[in-house]
Design a protein around this ligand. Sequence first.
Ligand code: PLP
Length: 386
Amino acid sequence: MNTPFLPFTRPSIDEDTIADVANVLRSGWITSGPKVQAFEAVLSHYCGGRAVRVFSSGTATLEVALRLAKVGAHDDRPGGVQQDTVITTPLTWVATANVILAVGATPVFVDIDPVTRNLDLDQLEAAITAETKAIIPVDLAGLPVDRDRLYAIARKHGLRVIEDAAQSLGASWNGRPIGSTGDFVSFSFHANKNLTTGEGGALVLPADVDPALCERLRLQGVKRFPDGGMDVDMLGGKANLTDIAAAIGLGQMKHLTAFTERRRALARRYFEQIDPSIVAMGLELPPADFENANWHMFQPLLPDNAKRGVFIAAMKARGIGVGVHYPALHLFSLYRKLGWQEGDFPEAERVGRRTITLPLFPAMSEADVDRVCAAIKDSLPDCIER
Ligand SMILES: *Cc1c(COP(=O)(O)O)cnc(C)c1O
């Protein structure tokens, strides 16, 4: 039998959305316009009426949030240039830390909680210093960081929070959707995320930030006047979303709840179908959260003595795509050059070495999950180093 290749993820875009994208293309207006405004309105409604602005990427939203929070390098203090520090996790997509460097601030990493694989809140407070301005928590794989504990610490120390919720749109905390509470909240609509516009992102703004200022940071610092005139008195980037992309986002938003439910059902199926003998071999399953998490990814950890490259190749040979998200980022060359090294964050390193991302996306069937589990049972024993 010829079974088609099963990738680790694949977007679900319906025919109505494709037709609407075609409408935008025929309309004569394809960059930011009415579709962007409509998409922002739908996202704002989802986020309980909070102000939301969309961007060309999640990375851009994080960088703009840091600028809006006035985090960066300052030379207004005695002693010359002072760099703010921002606390985050080393186990995330590298964008989270890159934006801290991009605004001239210094990342401070706190190791992960080995159970949730998110920033360890037990270690967070000890990392806060006079230079700390903000925290960027990441909801890895769509499992939310404990918002109650996080904000209690942030409030106590007067720190801003920029939630990197790139992976957690559709997830919730205390029954409230991620994005509907908190300080800054950043979403990504990259092709692999739970809701996609191809590329794109959204920033949920706190009440003390003027959305007009956010718009100016998004587009060259341009301020427009009712008489048609304009001025530029600050430096802004170029990170607006197109109406083509916004039309995809509007179509996707109609399915967000169903996508999340489907992902949860498939994750449950994994827990039921993964063979106990594989778990006995040392495969570690992710936390079984079916209330808060949106199951952006299903990520077991391979046994310590398994060769990941061999396993991924064996799965591929069986027609199954397996991803790696992510190696601990402080071990990338750029960050090593800045002074980080092996052993700095042992839990993040351990997870980063062992993590695998199994196929999980709304269009998958239960039979697909079963096929993945059977392939693991077949492949894993041959990948163990003896
Ligand atoms: C995807 C992602 C980003 C960046 O989003 P882009 O839209 O690719 O710029 C940032 N942080 C995390 C955790 C992500 O998964």
